[in-house]
Design a protein around this ligand. Structure first.
Ligand SMILES: [Zn+2]
Length: 76
């Protein structure tokens, strides 16, 4: 599924890795950008030991939703 990274805006596509969707570069490598790392780090730092990868993914989705909302508001 082609998409844009919500964090850096680069073109990526989502691939299922187990139960988790993982962003990949168009050339096939795993996508990881500084913006995304920062976002993940900031969620993980809330409670590093108690978060499972699924929970982190959930937080990431929430960050994405919040980012989309902010983007929308700034456009309108
Ligand atoms: Zn990115």
């Amino acid at each position: 599924m082609a998409a844009k990274c919500k964090f850096c805006g680069n073109e990526i596509f989502w691939m299922k890795d187990g139960r988790k969707n993982v962003p990949h570069e168009l050339d096939g490598g795993k996508h990881s950008c500084e913006e995304m790392q920062k976002a993940i780090k900031s969620t993980v730092s809330m409670s590093p030991s108690s978060l499972s990868p699924e929970e982190i993914a959930k937080y990431e989705a929430q960050i994405n939703a919040a980012a989309n909302k902010a983007k929308k508001q700034s456009v309108e």
